[in-house]
Design a protein around this ligand. Structure first.
Ligand SMILES: NC(=O)c1ccc[n+]([C@@H]2O[C@H](COP(=O)([O-])OP(=O)(O)OC[C@H]3O[C@@H](n4cnc5c(N)ncnc54)[C@H](O)[C@@H]3O)[C@@H](O)[C@H]2O)c1
Length: 379
């Protein structure tokens, strides 16, 4: 098993990674009991899909290590990441007589992790949280860093907190059952880390595309571990996103606008972020901040992994409006994360709207006639 430590003073925790290690979660949690950090009751929050795949070894391992386990399944899907679902989990927590020392174990993708994390942060003013992420996106991103939330009808992740787990436990073997589209959406965040932080890692992804696509153990372990380490370093420097942590939002300003305008139904999060990273890279080149060769390398890698670099059937002005003038933006200036080279980005609000508009026009495709004419750029 490998370890990435997240150093946040008294909120520090390890990320443990390995392959076929789910049954060892219990033994590792027992150590936290012996250190007096947690108590012996576990509320396992998961969903039917994930429980069916991985529930048995996790529950058995926890019970063999002496834990009393109550399992609660939440329905599968982003639309259930709500306060109403959280309320159902509170009910189960209450019936199971969880106390302040008990542990909420979140086993699943980012939806389960965010919702169970939110429950852990709020139930009895906070109980212990352990993340067992089972999607690539959750393993490289959402389970690390302590952002937990549920959605509100007025916006995504509106109700939430910063609440660090006691342990993140990652079994990369779980990725073998993940649909290809979910792998791709996680890979967008992985590529993001290369661009914002680590040129060498970016090159590693370029050099190992085939092995990564076929989910080879060695490459998967390396990319999950490196991604977690980069996220950990950024979060250590700026836990509550006062400044530097914003670089993790590279591609997200554009991506969020695409997701919101399509009601979160067309793009997976990573797909929207991939398109957004292309937007930011093209803006960087148009502003003379980055060489075209770096932009081409970023776009090339995204395409190699089957990620989209353009979008369809949206009005450029609607995207501009969503990004620049919606309520959230009005509260302050819109910060863009603009790459300067692979491995280096800057945070700036000084981006001329006409450059953004031009870049979006180039990225926007209208549907061609099926099987006949190619898609044409929007005017
Ligand atoms: N907290 C953060 O810092 C942060 C960061 C990024 C994203 N997020 C949140 O993460 C959520 C998206 O997470 P996601 O992309 O993991 O989606 P998800 O949780 O919806 O999981 C995707 C699908 O994969 C299934 N699944 C999970 N593990 C599986 C496995 N091993 N094999 C087969 N199927 C499996 C799930 O049941 C689900 O149907 C969003 O709500 C987003 O807001 C949070």
């Amino acid at each position: 098993m490998q370890t990435v430590q997240v150093n946040l003073g008294e909120n520090s925790y390890p990320i443990l990674l390995g392959e076929h290690i789910l049954s060892q979660l219990g033994v590792n949690l027992k150590r936290l009991v012996e250190e007096g950090i947690i108590g012996g009751k576990v509320l396992l929050v998961t969903n039917p899909t994930v429980n069916k795949l991985f529930g048995q070894p996790v529950i058995q391992g926890l019970q063999e290590s002496g834990f009393t386990v109550t399992t609660v399944e939440i329905p599968d899907g982003e639309e259930y990441k709500t306060q109403e679902t959280a309320a159902l989990v509170y009910d189960v927590a209450f019936d199971a007589q969880l106390d302040r020392r008990s542990v909420v174990v979140a086993m699943g993708g980012g939806v389960v992790g965010d919702l169970a994390g939110f429950v852990a942060a709020t139930y009895m003013r906070g109980v212990n949280l352990v993340q067992v992420p089972t999607t690539l996106l959750a393993q490289v991103d959402s389970s690390v860093g302590g952002k937990v939330a549920v959605n509100h009808p007025k916006g995504k992740n509106i109700i939430g907190a910063f609440y660090q787990p006691k342990l993140v436990f990652i079994d990369i073997a779980t990725l073998q059952s993940l649909p290809q589209r979910e792998i791709q959406t996680g890979l967008a965040e992985v590529i993001k880390y290369g661009v914002i932080w680590d040129q060498e890692f970016f090159q590693y992804l370029v050099d190992n595309t085939e092995a990564i696509k076929s989910l080879s153990t060695q490459q998967l372990l390396h990319l999950v571990q490196t991604s977690c380490a980069i996220k950990a370093r950024v979060v250590e420097m700026d836990e509550k996103e006062a400044n530097l942590r914003a670089i993790l939002n590279f591609g997200h300003t554009f991506g969020h606008a695409l997701e919101a305008l399509t009601n979160y139904k067309v793009y997976r999060h990573g797909e929207a972020v991939a398109i957004g990273m292309v937007s930011a890279s093209r803006v960087a080149v148009a502003m003379g901040l980055m060489k075209p060769s770096a932009r081409d390398a970023i776009e090339g890698l995204l395409k190699t992994f089957g990620l989209p670099t353009s979008f369809r059937d949206l009005q450029v002005e609607d995207i501009m409006e969503k990004m620049l003038y919606d309520k959230k933006a009005q509260a302050g200036r819109v910060n863009f994360i603009i790459p300067e080279a692979i491995g280096q980005v800057r945070i700036t609000s000084e981006v001329p709207p006409e450059i953004i508009r031009q870049v979006l026009k180039e990225q926007c495709l209208r549907n061609g006639i099926k099987g006949q004419s190619p898609a044409i750029s929007c005017k």
